[in-house]
Design a protein around this ligand. Structure first.
Ligand SMILES: Cc1ncc(COP(=O)(O)O)c(C=O)c1O
Length: 423
């Protein structure tokens, strides 16, 4: 049993209610799938440190790339100047992205990548002189915590207090299995209005909304409807990108060619913050003009930080030269084996898998993000040395691809143990 200890600290942690979570372990080291605390306790990172760590913590090539870059160029303004790590990452992303992507705009987080995507869509229509200003988004969506990304995200406990900051969007029903027709009909009707700039989607799986999975055919049909009505499609691959769904990008499974695509999290293998918004030539060209009012007006101080770009370049090289796809497939297979054991277990509902991700809902008195069982589960998993951070009563397992069979068994045995203890 690992014991967490109270730390006297001025730090205000993200998505953390300090009044009910007083004890915070202090992590001093990470390697592979392991995190290690300053008291020697080790935790299996079953959620890839908020879905960022893809290959595993401390991949030697990424560490070496960071070290090498620190000695060459630490930071430089990216407006009007460029550098090789950024150029290499941009070329790599265009190589790896779905067909049609030709331009790469850097930022620092998933939220900023989505903000940039929304601004690109609105700028595209304005610069073309067409009045399309509304955005469509899926029910239960999550796209980040900045004002615009909260606006396109589902309304609820995450953002009720910030409602005055948010703009209205058209909401499309989630395409649950067997209910897809309702999604198509609402999407079609919304698009017919002629004022829609873009539809933003998390392809194949809605993450923070509860690991809700939907069919590739539904994604492909939504894309066809958008295309028919000249509505831009923004694919938010912030969580799904870099192998999580079994393919490098989830869009591939639907044969999708989005107009705009957002990547972050695993872009640096999960080592440093970096994000990119990818766009087609049409989006770029609408901003390309001697008329300077058509400039794409977005920046942040650390845009394309060279050290983060060096880490991303190493990550892309890893994808292009190491058997990462085989590792992903092996993990998918192991996950399939484990999730099969939970089918029919009455303590769980909606036992599901997409690629390397599994999720299962604990049958509990209440559901949703604030379900009382959530903090109980978290504490019990941590006490067993497993970092799982349920979304309310939804337990999900999203490990780094280096995880081995024994480590995965430890995670699932902890789930069985802890949930049995709830009875
Ligand atoms: C689909 C999706 N989009 C955007 C974000 C926001 O990313 P970040 O936390 O890096 O701002 C997340 C974060 O989990 C996400 O899952």
């Amino acid at each position: 049993m690992c014991s967490a200890r109270t730390i006297d600290s001025p730090v205000w942690h993200p998505f953390t209610q300090h009044a009910v979570m007083g004890e915070v372990p202090r992590i001093v080291r990470a390697e592979g799938a392991w995190l290690e605390g300053d008291d020697g306790c080790r935790y299996l990172d079953a959620i890839s440190s908020w879905w960022v760590t893809t290959h595993g913590h401390g991949h030697p090539r990424i560490k070496a790339a960071i070290r090498e870059q620190v000695d060459k160029l630490d930071q430089v303004i990216f407006a009007g100047l460029t550098h090789e790590p950024a150029e290499a990452v941009a070329r790599g992303l265009v190589r790896l992205a779905p067909a049609g992507i030709a331009h790469v705009f850097f930022s620092d987080s998933g939220s900023t990548a989505v903000e940039v995507g929304l601004k690109m869509a609105l700028g595209y229509w304005r610069n073309r002189g067409e009045s399309r200003t509304r955005i469509l988004a899926l029910e239960h969506a999550y796209h980040g915590d900045t004002a615009a990304t909260m606006s396109v995200g589902a309304r609820g406990v995450f953002n009720t207090a910030y409602e005055p900051l948010l703009f209205e969007v058209g909401r499309i029903p989630f395409p649950s299995a067997g209910e897809e027709q309702a999604t198509y009909e609402v999407l079609e009707a919304s698009c017919r209005g002629g004022d829609i700039a873009a539809l933003i989607v998390e392809p194949l799986i809605l993450g923070a909304g509860g690991m809700l999975m939907y069919a590739a055919a539904a994604l492909a049909e939504m894309a066809r409807i958008c295309r028919r009505h000249r509505v831009l499609l923004i694919a938010d691959e912030v969580m799904t990108g870099w192998g999580r769904t079994g393919t490098l990008f989830a869009c591939e499974q639907a044969g999708l060619a989005p107009d705009i695509m957002c990547v972050a999290k695993g872009l640096t293998g999960g080592s440093l913050p970096l994000a990119a918004t990818l766009a087609t030539p049409e989006i770029f060209d609408a901003h390309y003009s001697t008329d300077r009012t058509r400039t794409f007006f977005h920046s942040s101080s650390y845009t394309a930080n060279p050290i983060a770009c060096a880490a991303a370049r190493a990550n892309i090289e890893i994808w292009e030269t190491e058997p990462v796809r085989e590792r992903v497939e092996a993990l998918c297979e192991m996950q399939r084996g484990w999730i099969a054991k939970f089918q029919g277990d009455t303590r769980f509902q909606d036992v599901r898998q997409l690629g390397t991700i599994t999720a299962l809902d604990v049958v509990a008195r209440d559901a949703g993000y604030l379900a009382g069982v959530g903090p109980l589960l978290y504490d019990a998993f941590m006490a067993r040395g497993v970092l799982l951070r349920p979304l309310g009563n939804t337990i999900y397992v999203m490990p780094p691809y280096c995880i081995d069979a024994d480590q995965l068994a430890t995670i699932y045995n902890a789930i069985v143990d802890v949930v049995s203890g709830l009875d």
